[in-house]
Design a protein around this ligand. Sequence first.
Ligand SMILES: CC(C)(COP(=O)(O)OP(=O)(O)OC[C@H]1O[C@@H](n2cnc3c(N)ncnc32)[C@H](O)[C@@H]1OP(=O)(O)O)[C@@H](O)C(=O)NCCC(=O)NCCS
Length: 327
Amino acid sequence: MFGFGAMIAKLKKDPKRIVLTEGSDPRILEAASRLLASNFLKPILLGTEEEIYSAAEEAGFNIRGAQIIDPSSYERIDEMAGQFYELRKSKGITPEMAKKTVLQGNYFGTMLVKMGEADCLLGGATYSTADTVRPALQIIKTKPGNKIVSSCFILVRPSATGENEVLAMADCAINIKPTEDELVEIAHETIECGKIFGIDPKVAFLSYSTFGSGQGEDLDKMKNAAEKTKEICPDVLIDGELQFDAAVSPRVARQKAPDSPVAGYANVFIFPDINSGNIGYKIAQRLGNFEAYGPILLGLNAQVNDLSRGCNALEVYSMAIITAALS
Ligand SMILES: CC(C)(COP(=O)(O)OP(=O)(O)OC[C@H]1O[C@@H](n2cnc3c(N)ncnc32)[C@H](O)[C@@H]1OP(=O)(O)O)[C@@H](O)C(=O)NCCC(=O)NCCS
């Protein structure tokens, strides 16, 4: 797998505790058994010992050494419920509602991170994106200086020469219709995340228009967001608004955007909204033979990531390493 060597080396020096919320799912168990054998990550599986061990046995995975926590018999559950109540009482919840909420795996796991019992969390093998992300938004919250939580995908196309093509795309999973200033924050976070994956960022703010070939507020938003991002990231090549062909094809770029330092060679793509972003990364994945890693959540106080419900065990394993390495 691309670039995982450096992440694993980092984790070997400082193994992280990662909560896997769907503890008895066979894909989670397969990934956990592989992580346990490698010894650079400490999986915490949520569920009862009985259900987790019998699921592991049935699927044939050795999970000896995994920490298993059953929310319903957790010794600090009242303390956890109290902390959650304090966090959310302004939203009108009662102590009883708080207790009921933290007994749910997605909330319980997120509270383990909040309470320092775990470093990070990976969920979503069975929970929807919203059900994985909402507890993080409510409990872990946006880090200082950020206004929103957003996300990016890292896309990797392996090459026979060993020189993998690595791209970043955002926001394909969280913010449904980001504003101009939210796009600036999304781009800034994605640039920083892309660098961790070895991307030398050339950022295209995408649209249906290239430098005013069309007209309308949707493309003004992309153009203005590109200009604002240039101001806060003066060392990064950024341009927009650009059509996708002008962003990636040197031939089209020579025609449509000859003076752009980004056009033709973009590797970080900022989409106008979640519709275009989600469709865009899946086209790259399904028709372009890119492996897609994400959504990687950006802007939280601790690393929480979401799996696709269609994920396989290898994707869980990779996302667990990414989640822990970023935490
Ligand atoms: C992320 C998402 C789940 C949040 O929606 P929601 O649960 O309806 O959230 P709410 O609007 O009720 O907000 C819940 C809390 O999160 C906060 N919040 C919502 N979106 C946020 C964001 N992008 N960044 C930071 N905080 C956010 C709200 O301020 C609120 O905080 P509070 O309860 O402390 O006041 C929603 O934007 C969503 O569904 N996005 C699309 C997810 C999806 O389907 N992706 C495609 C598959 S990959």
